[in-house]
Design a protein around this ligand. Structure first.
Ligand code: CO
Length: 219
């Protein structure tokens, strides 16, 4: 039986390194977590949440799934959101997609991929919604990039429409929802101009973000 010894060795080294730098780090962290941010990102191994924004353990609450989807009835994602907003009282929720997302590409593939096609149907819905903007599907890199962006915007929009976020705003709790995209080839994040801090901002910000994608699409 393999015990993945190399990973345990790496863990040992990491734990010792951190403790040497700051002996109080783990005891303090174990006592409480007070992150300001909830990151909803893709499961892709090349998009590690903490590293990208250079934050330490304890600073970022994270939910990841294939293609960073926020499905209205996904109890897993909604439970993370509820805990982050109501208990941890995060100030920001960011939906972070990435260019070259395999889930986004596979969503427009005519081939079958098994069970995951049911999950990817949510991205297909986004494509159909913005078909006029993206054009007939040819799976070009440009179309794929725009669908990655529109998918982020729609998922961030879904976050805003949850009872959890709406209730927080009704209570007067400060909470902002963002839509970002990550570029694998240079490690940089781009703000997709969707930044909503209250109910009244949802529609204008959605229009603003989609207009931005349309401008890029037109060149
Ligand atoms: Co992905």
């Amino acid at each position: 039986m393999s015990s993945l010894k190399d990973l345990f060795d790496k863990n040992q080294g990491w734990s010792e390194r951190i403790s040497q730098q700051d002996p109080d780090f783990f005891p303090t962290l174990a006592a409480q977590q007070a992150p300001q941010y909830l990151w909803i990102g893709c499961s892709d191994s090349r998009v590690p949440a903490n590293e990208i924004v250079d934050l330490l353990p304890g600073e970022l609450f994270v939910h990841r799934n294939v293609s960073n989807l926020v499905v209205h009835s996904d109890m897993n994602c909604l439970s993370v959101l509820q805990f982050a907003v109501e208990v941890l009282k995060v100030r920001h929720v960011m939906v972070v997609g990435h260019y070259g997302c395999g889930g986004v590409r596979a969503s427009m593939d005519t081939r079958r991929h098994g069970l995951i096609d049911n999950w990817l149907s949510h991205i297909r819905d986004v494509y159909h919604q913005y078909r006029d903007l993206i054009g007939p599907w040819q799976d070009t890199a440009v179309q794929n990039d725009r669908l990655c962006e529109l998918n982020v915007i729609e998922q961030a929009h879904n976050v805003c429409n949850t009872t959890i976020v709406q209730d927080a705003w009704d209570r007067g709790q400060p909470l902002t929802v963002h839509g970002w995209v990550y570029t694998l080839t240079n490690g940089k994040l781009t703000d997709l101009d969707f930044c909503v801090s209250g109910r009244d901002e949802i529609d204008p910000e959605l229009d603003r973000a989609v207009s931005r994608v349309a401008r890029v699409m037109r060149g």
